[in-house]
Write a protein that binds this ligand. Structure first.
Ligand SMILES: [Zn+2]
Length: 292
């Protein structure tokens, strides 16, 4: 992906020097060690819309409300290459989604993207890097610890800069769902169904975010022609590596479809591919799909 020299977003908030520290993480009045975090991660809440719910359950408490003070938001330093990449991809998602919303008679309000290290306060509770990138509907922000890109490459086996772009586009896909009112609707439904049904709903939310990432990739490539051979394959490979079945298998556990929250590798690839092929948001209705 030839992203250098393109316009960057102003909506990146750099909290990486904001402290946070190490050690245990306070959620629900309890400290969560690395074991619990690892379980939550393996449980498939990587890229989750709100992994804090799961962590809250695991720690036996409710996610903590946002109480911490925030300093003024500031931008990443201009010589920071990784931050420049994230800002460039974010900017392009803003352009693409603004166009699509406008064409459909609406308007798109961009999400902010927060770079952090370790832990950071969010409107969904304390965000932790071990949970992987996530979107918080409460403050409409995407949270990313850039260390996740190393995990993606070295531990999950998904290298490539476009694999990283897919991660950002997937999280922005959650923001698009929020803008469309889908997030609120799903949250309402979630409260009325069994845990297995709630997981099934979550899978449809996640596969839709994958499809929306594909829609972005389609329009992004059409206008910029900035993809190299192998870029789409890198995103497809990432989708494969973070499928629930692949994560469960690589954790040495039995594959339990009822526990899936994001969909299988094949499903994630299929929906990203569907969005990329047509570039049409209407092809991302995972809720109406008979088969995923
Ligand atoms: Zn997600």
């Amino acid at each position: 992906m030839r992203w250098e020299g393109n316009e960057q977003s102003d909506n990146v908030e750099d909290r990486r020097d904001g402290g946070g520290g190490g050690g245990g993480f306070p959620i629900g009045g309890r400290s969560i060690g690395i074991g619990t975090v690892a379980v939550a991660l393996i449980a498939g809440w990587i890229f989750g819309i709100n992994p804090l719910t799961v962590l809250g359950l695991l720690s036996g408490g409710e996610p903590a409300p946002q109480v911490q003070q925030q300093g003024p938001a500031h931008k990443p330093p201009p010589d920071d290459r990784e931050a420049a990449f994230v800002s460039t991809v974010l900017k392009n998602t803003e352009v693409v989604w603004s166009d699509i919303f406008r064409q459909n008679g609406g308007s798109y309000t961009p999400s902010r993207l927060v770079l952090f290290r370790g832990v950071t306060p969010t409107a969904c509770g304390t965000g932790q890097s071990a949970m992987g990138p996530f979107y918080c509907p409460g403050d409409q922000k995407v949270y990313i610890d850039l260390g996740f890109f190393d995990t993606l490459k070295n531990q999950l086996g998904a290298p490539g800069v476009f694999a990283q772009a897919y991660v950002i586009a997937h999280e922005i896909g959650h923001h698009v769902q929020d803008e469309l009112g889908i997030t609120a609707k799903v949250d309402q439904m979630r409260g009325r169904v069994s845990p297995a049904q709630a997981n099934a709903l979550s899978v449809r939310v996640e596969l839709q975010a994958d499809c929306l990432a594909g829609v972005w990739a389609h329009h992004s490539q059409q206008s910029k022609q900035w993809l190299d051979p192998g870029d789409i394959e890198a995103a497809m490979n990432a989708a494969q590596k973070i499928g629930d079945d692949a994560l469960q298998r690589s954790a040495g556990r039995a594959v339990v479809p009822d526990s899936f929250t994001h969909g299988t590798s094949a499903q994630r690839q299929r929906w990203f591919g569907a969005g990329f092929k047509s570039g049409n948001m209407q092809d991302c209705d995972t809720f109406a799909a008979k088969s995923l």
